[in-house]
Write a new protein. Structure first.
Length: 168
């Protein structure tokens, strides 16, 4: 499976972060996303629907704070409604996450600027790390400095976890 080094941070000033992202990268997506998380015995399984289409994403990642390694698989889906019905019947829905996301690419890094309904604003960095973990860690440190996020505490878990906790 492909592997990323990832970090998620709360964004107090998304506008400032977007100015940095625009300066260093190019925007490849801006729009609404609906992630439907399903109850699965291990890892996370979600169906992501956007105006461009849909994909099924399975991933495993520790819920620890800070940069963490994540292995994942994505599959493009042509009939998301039918698949969502089937997966709901098989596993049940764990959580819905609605967000507005802008994705910038800098080198091979995905910089994601998110406004998550019910949670607020976040920035995520996803760096391909398979076979080059040291370089990915160095690049992550450089990005955190470039975006001036050294004093921001990372978020553990996923948006689905944070939404479930916020509703308790």
């Amino acid at each position: 499976m492909p592997e990323n080094l990832e970090i998620k941070l709360r964004a107090a000033d998304l506008g400032r972060l977007e100015r940095v992202a625009k300066r260093i990268g190019s925007c490849i997506f801006a729009g609404e996303q609906l992630d439907t998380y399903f109850r699965v015995p291990s890892g996370r399984l979600k169906l992501r629907e956007t105006p461009r289409g849909a994909e099924l994403i399975f991933y495993r990642r520790p819920d620890e704070l800070g940069a963490r390694l994540c292995d994942y698989v994505t599959v493009q889906i042509s009939q998301p409604g039918e698949l969502k019905s089937l997966l709901t019947e098989l596993f049940g829905i764990r959580q819905l996450v609605r967000k507005h996301r802008k994705i910038y690419v800098y080198r091979d890094v995905r910089i994601q600027l998110d406004k998550v309904n019910g949670l607020g604003c976040f920035i995520e960095f996803e760096i391909p790390s398979e076979g080059k973990r040291r370089q990915a860690h160095r690049l992550m440190k450089s990005l955190i400095e470039m975006f001036q996020l050294e004093d921001v505490r990372p978020i553990g878990g996923s948006y689905s976890d944070a939404l479930r906790k916020a509703r308790k």
